[in-house]
Design a binder for this molecule. Structure first.
Ligand SMILES: [Fe+2]
Ligand SMILES: [Fe+2]
Length: 170
């Protein structure tokens, strides 16, 4: 059983994860358009991860006998200043997701919703990895600066990222 307040907040978060998916799809397309195919791959994998995040919320809401409400969402930006801008905006966005998840967990705790508390634990841990990945790449990009060879090497490293589907049904 989900309290109305909790179920509405979970639904709202599902839509935030859908926005994340859209944002990374847009970033993937942009990176490809400026010749960074590896970076485009990295964002495509990130898009797939976001769809997994959204579906976890979708399935969680449905498993309580409720249904989700998909919402209209703002269009993500379509153009960026370059690789550093892409990853700085990604980190900024993920930090806002982390804070939204923290608020959601606070709500689960005040509402004494133990199942939702347990459900959210996975996301709280996942956000550490999300932010760390972005910070690592931003650090490398700052070191590389305008060095073309460095950028190409980083791009080919980002091209090796592979989407790993969740072990259990999302
Ligand atoms: Fe996410
Ligand atoms: Fe992740």
């Amino acid at each position: 059983m989900l309290k109305k307040k909790v179920s509405e907040a979970l639904n709202k978060h599902l839509n935030k994860e859908m926005y994340s998916a859209n944002l990374y799809l847009s970033m993937s397309s942009f990176a490809g358009s400026i010749g960074f195919k590896g970076t485009a791959n990295w964002f495509m994998v990130q898009y797939q991860e976001e769809m997994v995040h959204a579906m976890k919320f979708y399935n969680y809401i449905n498993s309580h006998g409720e249904h989700v409400q998909m919402a209209a969402m703002a269009a993500p930006p379509a153009t960026f200043k370059g690789l550093l801008d892409l990853f700085e905006q990604t980190l900024k966005h993920e930090m806002s997701i982390t804070s939204a998840l923290n608020d959601l967990l606070d709500l689960a705790l005040t509402e004494k919703d133990h199942a939702t508390n347990i459900f959210l634990q996975w996301f709280i841990t996942e956000q550490i990895e999300e932010e760390e990945n972005d910070r690592d790449i931003i650090g490398k990009l700052k070191l590389i600066g305008d060095n073309g060879q460095g950028l190409l090497m980083l791009d080919s490293e980002l091209g090796t990222r592979v989407f790993v589907p969740p072990a259990t049904a999302a």
